[in-house]
Design a protein around this ligand. Structure first.
Ligand SMILES: CC(C)(COP(=O)(O)OP(=O)(O)OC[C@H]1O[C@@H](n2cnc3c(N)ncnc32)[C@H](O)[C@@H]1OP(=O)(O)O)[C@@H](O)C(=O)NCCC(=O)NCCS
Length: 316
């Protein structure tokens, strides 16, 4: 049995339809909603997002990201014996998006299931895959974060609809005798259910409730800046490292101010997170593994440098 799991390839995919802030501002203005490029950039650092076309689902984005990750890892889909898809916007109620992806990849027969942990989903999925590889339950895992958040946005609510987009990121994880993922730190706090939620469900053949994203932005902001630092420090301690060992931080965060604040608290000399101001990749938060292609291609360096899970596992 191997002691570690190791990321051997990363891949990402963004749907072709890209909306700059100016594009979104114009679209929203046509419906009577007022916002501006200046406001979005100043408050969040976001300059653009990608939205899927009608008829495109999470499994479609996951499929493209997975293919890219497998290619980068020089592995075939048939080598994969575990698929975990982290998503809050699955194709169907069931079967899992992971099962649908497995079939699209032609990797049928292994373990496949979804992880529903919203913003932390990718980190949870990575940690579960890591554990399953360490126990010998799997040898080669595909971990994918995939979202079509545009389907659950309320385009009448300017405080939320400017923040999210669609996309997918994937990593191939393999059993290894050398690190590897060193440590993870996972948490949840159910008392905050109301500050970020999609309060709808399927019942009696209809969607009931209010199935669009609701957020208390300031409450989420306040919580995030505290827990990101706490989780990062806890993961560092578990890994026997300090903040000085961090080369890269790849957060699952939309807001540049939260990332900068975390970087400052961790005394990172310059902010080199996965989504620098002006990036265009954010897709709901599960995509720490995606970052941008340039970041993703450098992620292995971070893994080699031992602190991959410190940032990857920064979660709450
Ligand atoms: C959402 C967020 C950017 C809002 O920033 P903020 O500084 O807290 O802004 P506020 O909510 O206090 O709103 C300030 C003003 O801007 C206005 N405003 C809100 N959204 C706006 C928009 N898109 N365009 C223009 N004005 C907007 C508000 O109405 C408010 O106006 P008022 O002062 O006249 O009442 C910020 O709270 C945030 O990033 N929260 C965390 C989000 C997050 O991380 N979510 C989870 C992702 S994983």
């Amino acid at each position: 049995m191997s002691l570690y799991s190791r990321i051997i390839g990363t891949g990402s995919y963004l749907p072709p339809r890209k909306l700059s802030n100016a594009d979104l501002v114009a679209e929203l203005a046509a419906t009577g909603l007022e916002t501006s490029d200046d406001w979005i950039v100043e408050r969040t650092g976001i300059r653009a997002r990608h939205f899927v076309a009608d008829g495109v689902f999470s499994s479609d984005l996951a499929f493209e990201a997975a293919k890219n990750a497998l290619q980068a890892a020089n592995r075939k889909a048939q080598d994969v014996d575990l698929i975990i898809v982290a998503t809050s916007t699955p194709d169907m109620v069931f079967p899992s998006t992971a099962c649908i992806l497995q079939n699209k990849l032609g990797a049928n027969g292994g373990i496949a299931f979804d992880m529903q942990a919203v913003c932390t989903g990718f980190v949870y999925a990575l940690s579960v895959a890591d554990s399953m590889i360490k126990t010998g339950a799997a040898k080669c895992a595909l971990v994918v974060g995939s979202e079509v958040f545009s389907r659950i946005l309320d385009f009448k609510d300017r405080t939320t609809c400017v923040l999210f987009g669609d996309g997918a990121g994937a990593v191939v994880l393999e059993a290894s005798d050398t690190p590897g993922i060193l440590a993870s730190d996972l948490h949840a706090d159910g008392k905050h259910v109301g500050i970020l939620c999609v309060p709808g469900h399927v019942s009696g053949g209809a969607v009931t409730g209010d199935p669009v994203l609701k957020m208390d932005g300031q409450a989420v902001f306040k919580l995030a800046v505290g827990v990101l630092e706490d989780a990062a420090r806890a993961a560092l301690i578990k890994a026997g490292k300090t903040e000085k060992d961090i080369d890269w931080m790849i957060p699952h965060q939309a807001n540049i101010r939260i990332m900068q604040s975390t970087a400052k608290k961790l005394k990172l000399p310059t902010f080199t997170g996965g989504a620098p101001a002006g990036s265009d990749w954010y897709a709901g938060g599960r995509l720490a593994g995606t970052a941008r292609n340039d970041t993703a291609s450098r992620m292995q360096r971070t893994c080699d440098a031992t602190t991959d899970s410190t940032s990857i596992s920064v979660t709450h």
